[in-house]
Structure formats: structure tokens, C-alpha cells
Design a protein around this ligand. Structure first.
Ligand SMILES: Cc1ncc(C[n+]2csc(CCOP(=O)(O)OP(=O)(O)O)c2C)c(N)n1
Ligand code: SF4
Length: 292
């Protein structure tokens, strides 16, 4: 959605809701907003019906600040908690069936390249660990092997949150969930390793403890997908309901989990690294591959 699409005829503007006027006049379109500017511009996502304190919402909100060109971005989502917020944002949202997000995103991205040869359109899949690592696993892997040029962001709350607490492939071994009373019997899936094997150009693991880092990571992932090849972010976005994390402790939990087992990690191909250094010399130089 470009700003031109968002604007109404000047005569109508005074009759539009204040929220809408603010979005047109003070939205983040056509410029790169920063975390430090939060509160001074109209965000793409403000109201949503997700649980109070849900870290997933925080991550989504920051991701939208990171999108390099929100007016030319389309989000692909599906059933799961994240879509409750994603559908409230001022960014076109395509609701894929539960599992086919990456197949739909592949077709959409290819179609957009044909339809808009002179305007880059960014396609971003944002869905839960159940939607991407379990039921949508095959589509995710094939989009990666085929080098489809879009970003996949896994909102990894390590559970099926929206349906009340079933274990997912991304749940840790041994976890007992409301609807998995025997405890998880196998290890958390290594989606980062699988992404690397499939040749994903930029891969990151992140927890939402550092807003600037979330923003820059999302930006890098989208830019790499735009020019080089698929990108993948695995984001720890705790479910405070299913994991019984008191709302005021949500960020403490994220910091602890980050320290214990979810440290920031970037893996990228040489081509992606060279490209990032070219577009953001200082930041690109800092971005190093942390793990094999
Ligand atoms: C094909 C299909 N199977 C199952 C469902 C039911 N369903 C809706 S949301 C959901 C779980 C969502 O878990 P996850 O993807 O991890 O996202 P979260 O809600 O945890 O953010 C399931 C199983 C569905 N909508 N479609
Ligand atoms: S159920 Fe969990 S993941 Fe879903 S909105 Fe609530 S806290 Fe967030």
C-alpha cells in the first residue's frame, strides 16, 4: 500500500477518523523510522486483541518499524496468535491456509515481480512455530530450496498458543504443556541448521530484548530477500499464557532465555554479507557469522 493509495481526496480528509488522518500525515511511509522515534510517528500497528504483555506483539510491532519499505510490503500469515495483530496493521495481509504460507508467498512474490517490474515489493511470511515448523514444514523447506526471494519470520513461542497449549516441534524436550501432559519426547527442531542446509541467504535467531537489534535484523532479512535470496528469522516470542509467565516478567523471561539458549545469532552467505556491507557499510561490517 503506497502512501498515494492511502490518501483520500483532500475534500474528504477532514471527515476521516483521526487515526486515519494521523496515518497519512504522520505514518512511517517513504522514510526510515527509528526505534528512538517511537511515540512521535503513527505506527503501522497500534491496537490489537492479543494478550496483554504478549512478547509476540512487541516483536511484530518492532518488525514493522524494521520493514525498509512498509508501503510496498505484503505480509503472509495464517491461523495462530500472530495474525490477531497482523490483521490490524496498515499493511496488506494475506491469510494463507494453515501450512501453505510459504507456497502462497512464493507465488505472490513471483507474480509481483512480473506485475511491478519497476517497483520492488517485499513479501514477508510471519507465522507461528506450529504453522512453519510442523504443519507447514514442507512448504517452508521447498521455498528455501527453491531460493524464493522472501523473508520467513517464525514467531517461536514454543507452543501452539492459539489452540490452547499443544506441543510443537519447537517446544523444548521434556516440556509438559496443558494439552501435552506426557511431556515433549524429542528435541526442539533445529530450524536454523535446516535453513543453512537449504541455502537460505540470511538466517538469524533473536529474542526481543533489544529493540534496535530487532529492527536492524528484520531490515537486513528483508533487504537480503529482496536482492539475494530467502531469509529466515527465528524469533523467541514467549507465550505468557501457556508458559504462565506473569506479564511484568515477560521481558525478564526473554532476557533469561536469550542468555541460556536463545542468544543472538546470524548466519549468512558470502553474497548476503557482501550485499549488506555494500548497503550499510558500518552495520554490515559488524554483522559477523556467529556460528556454524
Ligand atoms: C490445517 C489446519 N490444522 C489445524 C488448524 C488449527 N489451528 C489453528 S491455530 C493452530 C495452532 C497455532 O500454533 P502456532 O502456529 O504455533 O501459532 P501460535 O498460536 O502459537 O502463535 C492450529 C493447530 C488449522 N487452522 N488448520
Ligand atoms: S496465547 Fe500466548 S502467544 Fe497467544 S496472544 Fe496470548 S500470550 Fe500471546
Amino acid at each position: 500500500m503506497s502512501l498515494a493509495t492511502l490518501k483520500v481526496a483532500p475534500g474528504f480528509m477532514p471527515y476521516m477518523p483521526k487515526e486515519y488522518q494521523d496515518l497519512v500525515e504522520k505514518g512511517p511511509y517513504g522514510r526510515q523510522v527509528k526505534v528512538s522515534e517511537l511515540g512521535t510517528f503513527k505506527e503501522i500497528l497500534e491496537e490489537h486483541p492479543m494478550c496483554a504483555g504478549c512478547a509476540m506483539t512487541l516483536f511484530i510491532r518492532l518488525s514493522m518499524i524494521g520493514f525498509p519499505n512498509p508501503e510496498h510490503t505484503i505480509i503472509l500469515g495464517t491461523a495462530g496468535c500472530g495474525r490477531l495483530a497482523l490483521t490490524q496493521a496498515s499493511i496488506p495481509f494475506v491469510y494463507g491456509n494453515y501450512c501453505d504460507t510459504n507456497a502462497v508467498a512464493s507465488g505472490l512474490k513471483r507474480g509481483l515481480e512480473i506485475r511491478f517490474p519497476n517497483q520492488k515489493k517485499d513479501v514477508v511470511v510471519m507465522a507461528g512455530d506450529g504453522g512453519l515448523a510442523d504443519i507447514g514444514f514442507a512448504h517452508v523447506m521447498h521455498s528455501w530450496f527453491r531460493k524464493e526471494k522472501f523473508t520467513t519470520i517464525m514467531l517461536d513461542n514454543e507452543v501452539y498458543g492459539n489452540t490452547g497449549g499443544q506441543e510443537s516441534g519447537m517446544t523444548q524436550k521434556g516440556m509438559v504443556m496443558k494439552m501435552a501432559p506426557l511431556g515433549k519426547r524429542f528435541e526442539k527442531m533445529d530450524m536454523l541448521g535446516l535453513a543453512k542446509t537449504a541455502g537460505v541467504a540470511y538466517i538469524a535467531r533473536i529474542a526481543p530484548t533489544n529493540p534496535n537489534r530487532v529492527v536492524s535484523t528484520v531490515r537486513k532479512a528483508v533487504m537480503v530477500a529482496r536482492e539475494i535470496g530467502p531469509s529466515f528469522i527465528q524469533a523467541y516470542t514467549s507465550c505468557n499464557i501457556e508458559y504462565a509467565i506473569p506479564t511484568p516478567k515477560v521481558l525478564d523471561d526473554a532476557r533469561q532465555v536469550e542468555k541460556d539458549r536463545y542468544g543472538f545469532l546470524e548466519i549468512m552467505t558470502d553474497e548476503a554479507k557482501a550485499y549488506l556491507e555494500q548497503i550499510e557499510p558500518k552495520k554490515g561490517a559488524k554483522a559477523k557469522e556467529v556460528a556454524e
